[in-house]
Design a protein around this ligand. Structure first.
Ligand code: CO8
Length: 259
């Protein structure tokens, strides 16, 4: 297991929990934070005991964006050569296990983008989402213009990215960015319950459902439908599929074995 400075990595049952831990800087995402997130995802993905990964921040901020103080002196060539925007972000987006972002307070800029790399966003009623990069004379750099547009549509994505305004949890739920809004003091409890439920499902079936849904995000409908059909057929090679259907007929809970 890796050791971490900026994040806390924990587990509860079959749920791996990554908590961003730079509260004084509202969890600003530095190179170091991204590297640690990537290492934590590596560890949790390799751990057979883990079936779902929960990514959380603090009460006031999930993450208030990329670390502006670290980015401020950088030149084009620094950013281009290090390609640091790809380090942690890609790792979260490419994780094969289901991922949930539990967002309380600010999820801005890179923070909003990090949440959108997860499969599900569950928000506290205090959550505020935004892509304020334009107010700094820059634009989103780790998927914001792409994932936000697919999630909330062109007009609202333009509104958020061009004005830099924040949207509250109710607007985020209305526009489809988040799956559920819960009272702030219940956020972790609700997110854990969701993660535990997902982790109890057939692992390969969950990975296949995730892969198929991600295709809907990334490809034309006809290709996505083909991928889904192939994955659906593949589930008929799983013991969990056989057990799941027998358990239904026998009116009992299935015991999932595939890892
Ligand atoms: N980077 C660095 N430090 C930050 C950041 C940040 N993104 N956000 C807050 N902080 C620091 C503040 O400087 C302050 O530090 P100090 O006490 O030393 O002055 C501390 O955190 C507390 O913040 P505030 O005093 O500002 O707290 P407020 O409650 O008054 O305001 C806000 C909260 C509204 C969230 C405000 O802090 C804010 O506007 N933050 C910046 C939001 C922002 O612009 N985010 C976008 C950043 S750019 C980006 O994310 C580009 C992504 C592209 C990909 C890059 C890959 C990583």
């Amino acid at each position: 297991m890796s050791t971490f400075e900026h994040i806390i990595v924990d587990s509860k049952g079959a749920v791996g929990i990554i908590t961003l831990n730079r509260p004084k800087m509202l969890n600003a995402l530095s190179f170091g934070v991204f590297r640690e997130i990537a290492a934590a995802v590596d560890d949790l993905e390799a751990d057979d005991a883990i079936g779902c990964i929960l990514l959380a921040g603090g009460e006031k901020a999930f993450a208030a964006g990329a670390d502006i103080k670290e980015m401020q002196p950088k030149t084009f060539i620094d950013m281009f050569s290090s390609d640091f925007t790809a380090i942690g972000g890609d790792r979260v987006a490419n994780c094969r296990k289901p991922t949930i972002a539990a967002v309380s307070g600010y999820a801005l800029g890179g923070g909003c983008e990090l949440a959108m790399m997860c499969d599900i966003i569950i928000a506290a009623d205090t959550a505020k989402f935004g892509q304020p990069e334009i107010t700094l004379g820059t634009i989103p750099g780790i998927g914001g213009t792409q994932r936000l547009t697919r999630a909330v549509g062109k007009s609202k994505a333009m509104d958020l990215c061009l004005t830099g305004r924040m949207m509250d949890a109710a607007e985020a739920e209305r526009s489809g960015l988040v799956s559920r809004v819960v009272p702030a003091d219940k956020l972790m409890e609700e997110a854990l319950a969701m993660a535990e439920k997902i982790a109890s499902m057939s692992r390969p079936a969950a990975a296949m459902a995730k892969e198929a849904i991600n295709r809907a995000f990334e490809t034309p409908l006809s290709e996505g439908i083909n991928v889904e059909r192939n994955l659906f057929h593949s589930t008929f090679a799983l013991e969990d599929r056989a057990e799941g259907m027998v358990a239904f007929i026998e009116k009992r809970k299935p015991v999932n074995k595939n890892r």
